[in-house]
Design a protein around this ligand. Structure first.
Ligand code: SAM
Length: 339
């Protein structure tokens, strides 16, 4: 494909004037965990057929076009991205694309201890590891795998090899781990790593989601500040988390509050699914098939046109979809969208 320069002046602008700068690339919908808030019943999932998963070169072609349209930051996710054997190569490819300033990854941490160093060498900047409990039995119950010690070793390894930033993502779910907020905070503070609490979203496989299970960000702040005084740093423009700094200087805590305080008005994120569908919003039901264009010999211009049109129609966001809080016929679990 040729002609990248022709798109330089074009940006991924939507009807509301938001401009997409960040891309989440799901590299597989498969996962070796079965988190109860994501894809607990693996046997009931209809996986994307392997032959429909984007190849390295297809992913690279799409990201190249997206970079020419203004995407600057890429986060690799899934499913579990570390299940892709060619991930190091993919990181190497993506980091060499003109215009891409950083490539980070979100992972469950299972394969991190083994692969962190190679990924760092390939140019991966930082890693966010999902960690919802520090109690082995509870970790196993939530994630479906008895893996806590191995995940913790993965986090230590990521720090050792110099991935930066290393962050923790915790989904707080009432009745499951909401009594463990302080323990998770202490774990992160000891290592001077940032921890982000994510409000539980109705994108779960078991359908256990209801608003009572959401632990609102404000409640987390109340719980934490009783023990560790906090000061608000605010939410940077287009960032997902609002940040609170520990007054004693030992790091910070982030809250991702799509349910209680949505942050869609300055959203600058779009998503690419493992089978090459562009999704302009996590809650969008409109999938734009970019793989189809590539497979049919479409030009870079054709890809750019479809991407520009898809982003233009980006939904206003979850804050403008009150029905989602009342229960939602979800189009796909989080593993297939790419969290
Ligand atoms: N396998 C990787 C992992 O575990 O981090 C990456 C994919 S996972 C879908 C990405 C993030 O989405 C994780 O931090 C996970 O906890 C979060 N997530 C999954 N389902 C969610 C839900 N229903 N509500 C909120 N966050 C969710």
């Amino acid at each position: 494909m040729q002609g990248t320069d022709r798109h330089k002046e074009r940006l991924l602008r939507d009807r509301k004037g938001r401009v997409a700068r960040k891309l989440r690339v799901s590299v597989t919908d498969r996962c070796n965990f079965a988190c109860l808030f994501c894809m607990p019943e693996k046997d009931k999932i209809s996986w994307i057929p392997k032959e429909e998963i984007l190849s390295l070169s297809e992913t690279e072609s799409i990201v190249r076009v997206l970079a020419s349209l203004g995407i600057e930051k890429v986060r690799i996710t899934g499913g579990e991205p570390l299940l892709r054997r060619d991930l190091v190569e993919l990181v190497d490819d993506l980091t060499s694309i003109e215009g891409i300033r950083s490539v980070d990854m979100t992972t469950n941490g299972w394969h991190l201890e083994l692969r962190a160093e190679a990924l760092r060498r390939a140019g991966l900047r930082g890693v966010t590891v999902s960690l919802h409990s520090l109690r082995s039995d509870r970790f196993a119950k939530i994630s479906g795998v008895d893996a806590l010690p191995r995940v913790l070793r993965g986090i230590d390894r990521a720090l050792d090899v110099g991935l930066n930033p290393v962050k923790i993502n915790s989904v707080a779910i009432r009745g499951y781990n909401d009594d463990e907020i302080l323990e998770l905070i202490e774990y992160a503070r000891e290592r001077r790593i940032s921890i982000r609490f994510i409000e539980f979203m109705p994108l779960d496989g078991l359908g256990i989601w209801n608003y009572d299970r959401v632990v609102p960000g404000k409640e987390i702040i109340q719980t934490v500040s009783r023990v560790y005084p906090l000061e608000p740093k605010g939410r940077g423009s287009s960032e997902t988390s609002s940040i609170w700094r520990f007054k004693d200087g030992r790091g910070d805590l982030g809250l991702i509050t799509p349910m209680s305080e949505p942050f869609c008005d300055d959203c600058d994120r779009i998503r690419l699914t493992a089978d090459g569908k562009l999704l302009s919003c996590l809650f969008d039901t409109d999938y734009h098939d970019l793989r189809h264009i590539i497979q049919n010999g479409g030009t870079q211009e054709a890809l750019a046109d479809m991407i520009l049109k898809a982003v233009w129609k980006k939904p206003d966001g979850v804050g403008y979809m009150p029905w989602i809080k009342e229960g939602w016929a979800k189009p796909r679990n989080m593993n297939a969208i790419g969290g």
